[in-house]
Design a protein around this ligand. Structure first.
Ligand code: GSH
Length: 218
């Protein structure tokens, strides 16, 4: 079998790539990365060859193409069930899937006012809260509910797909200096201390690609 390959975009800006990458790491998959420049239209044809959605991330495993982190997570959960990408208990697993889908489909106010930019740091006084407060408060409620239910350290106790799905939010809260309650900021510290997150952030810091649309003065 050819070595599995994960197609990703910029590590500094591509939040969806981070989700797929963390999920593949959690599954213990020994994969190679292929980075495509998303902001270069000439590359779209190349991306299409690798990802039918023309979006990243996409995983090529055993000749099968899987795109979108949720689908990648469900696929890896099936082929590596002992990794427990999802909680074993059916009720807890349903809760985990619900919060994964909520971040997958929602929080557009936070996404637009706080685009992922790991190298970036908001200027004092930048306040996305005005627009994104509903998303920030809903995410804080999700994290508090999950951590109260599981006792931590991660949303459902051990690491699950939900932590990968919310990891870019942790980075956004860091970049834009979002004030959080003690439970949420403690959770952020635990995510930022994960060796995989440290590896990804280091790579992002050393990336020289700059996507101007995400570099506006903030
Ligand atoms: N939920 C989708 C969203 C993926 C997505 O929007 N990825 C961005 C990178 S963060 C992308 O590929 N953008 C390329 C484009 O918009 O042409 C997925 O996970 O597959």
């Amino acid at each position: 079998m050819a070595q599995p390959k994960l197609i990703i975009g910029s590590k500094n800006y591509s939040s969806w790539s981070l989700r797929g990458w963390l999920i593949a790491k959690m599954a213990g998959l020994d994969f190679v990365e292929e980075t495509v420049a998303l902001d270069n239209p000439a590359h779209r044809a190349e991306v299409l060859l690798l990802s039918p959605s023309i979006l990243v991330p996409a995983l090529i495993h055993d000749g099968i193409k899987i795109w979108d982190p949720l689908a990648i997570g469900e696929y890896l959960n099936e082929i590596a069930p002992d990794v427990a990408m999802l909680p074993k208990d059916p009720a807890v697993r349903a809760h985990c899937r619900a919060v994964c889908c909520e971040i997958h489909a929602g929080f557009h106010r936070l996404r637009t006012t706080c685009p992922m930019n790991i190298r970036g740091r908001a200027l004092p006084g930048y306040d996305p809260y005005v627009i994104a407060w509903q998303d920030i408060e809903r995410i804080s409620t999700i994290w508090n509910d999950c951590l109260a239910g599981s006792g931590g350290p991660f949303l459902f106790g051990e690491l699950t797909m939900a932590d990968a799905m919310y990891a870019p939010v942790v980075l956004r809260f860091l970049t834009y200096n979002i004030k959080l309650d003690a439970v949420c900021s403690g959770y952020c510290q635990r995510i930022l201390a994960m060796p995989t997150m440290v590896e990804w952030m280091d790579a992002a810091m050393n990336e020289d690609e700059e996507e101007l649309e995400f570099e506006s003065e903030f």
